[in-house]
Design a protein around this ligand. Structure first.
Ligand SMILES: Nc1ncnc2c1ncn2[C@@H]1O[C@H](COP(=O)(O)OP(=O)(O)OP(=O)(O)O)[C@@H](O)[C@H]1O
Ligand SMILES: N[C@@H](CCO)C(=O)O
Length: 311
């Protein structure tokens, strides 16, 4: 039998922005996608579980496109691939599913291609594919990642990764309706006032310092944002009320996760968590929105090759 290298990659889901750090801040969660990839005679894409139903199963699939592109960038012809994918994270909910898919396809294809690219180069490719470095940075490196977009595609993505504060817990409120990132970006203004820009620079800077130094007491102030959440509130029933009142109901801070519609509340104790759950239930029932609530732990490892074999 012909030896066919196969690789299995586990990739964490992520949140982006954390309030004011629009397109810049990301944090990874122990909520995983798994991608298996091997060279094949004919391209076949298999998806497992409920979350990935409906994605294309031909070469227009994001995973295949990203993998084929990596082989070409490495100077190798794009091979036929057998790809098997599953995801614990729902798609189009603000938990970085597209970023996890891009990162997973790059790590897997890079492995099959003989590791021609470093992790930093994969980060650069993932960032330009996704359009911003926040979710892809967190999925690739784990923990909290602060990164900014350079002007030119050939430049490295400057970033800092650090561990999330010990004891920081997250309750994700995941509405049952999808919201594409494209739609949630289209409601944003093209210009901002000097006042709002200064406001966000201040809050985002404070937030990074607070997370890096475990100053959880500062989160309620530092997570305030004027760049995207006020505009996206019209797309996410209950968001305004939760952002305004979460800290009076047990949360350290609250934020729209990425482009939404998931909302995250950070907290410390089980008692706080129960208080937040009751509060969110009142708000969402009042809005007639069905949702699920999920406790998420931070992921510290990022994308990992977990298994490699030869048939
Ligand atoms: N495993 C996958 N295989 C193929 N396509 C995928 C996969 N995961 C995500 N996608 C594509 O990414 C799209 C979702 O991307 P989108 O940016 O709208 O949402 P998200 O990444 O889940 O949320 P956010 O960017 O706000 O965190 C899906 O509709 C699908 O086209
Ligand atoms: N920073 C991005 C994350 C979603 O991809 C946004 O908020 O639009």
């Amino acid at each position: 039998m012909v030896a066919r290298p196969a690789v299995r990659v586990r990739i964490p889901a992520s949140t982006a922005n954390l309030g004011p750090g629009f397109d810049t801040l990301g944090m990874a969660f122990e909520l995983y996608s798994v991608i298996e990839m091997s060279i094949a005679e004919l391209t076949t894409i298999v998806v497992e579980g409920p979350e990935l139903q409906g994605v294309p199963l031909d070469k227009s699939n994001l995973l295949y496109e990203v993998a084929a592109d990596l082989f070409q960038k490495a100077g190798q012809p794009a091979p036929e691939l057998l790809i098997r994918a599953s995801s614990e994270a729902p798609l189009t909910r603000g938990l970085g599913s597209s970023a996890a898919a891009i990162v997973g396809a790059l790590v897997a294809a890079n492995h099959l291609a003989g590791e021609p690219f470093t992790r930093e180069e994969l980060f650069r490719m993932a960032t330009w594919r996704e359009g911003h470095p926040d979710n892809v940075g967190a999925s690739l490196f784990g923990g909290v990642v602060v990164a900014s977009m350079p002007e030119h595609e050939h430049e490295e993505i400057p970033f800092v990764r650090f561990d999330p504060p010990a004891g920081l817990k997250t309750l994700a409120i995941i509405p049952d309706f999808p919201l594409s990132t494209e739609k949630a970006r289209n409601v944003l203004p093209t210009m901002y006032s000097k006042h709002d820009v200064i406001y966000n620079v201040g809050h985002s800077s404070l937030l990074v310092a607070a997370l890096a130094h475990s100053r959880l007491d500062l989160l309620s102030q530092a997570m305030k944002d004027r760049m995207h959440q006020p505009y996206r509130a019209e797309l996410v029933p209950g968001l305004s009320e939760i952002l305004q009142e979460a800290t009076e109901n047990g949360a350290l801070g609250a934020t729209l996760s990425g482009a939404g519609p998931t909302i995250l509340c950070f907290y410390q104790t089980d008692e706080n968590c129960n208080q937040i759950r009751s509060f969110v239930e009142r708000v969402m029932n009042g809005q007639g929105v069905s949702y699920r609530a999920m406790q998420l732990n931070p992921d510290q490892l990022g994308a990992q090759v977990v298994f490699e074999e030869r048939e």
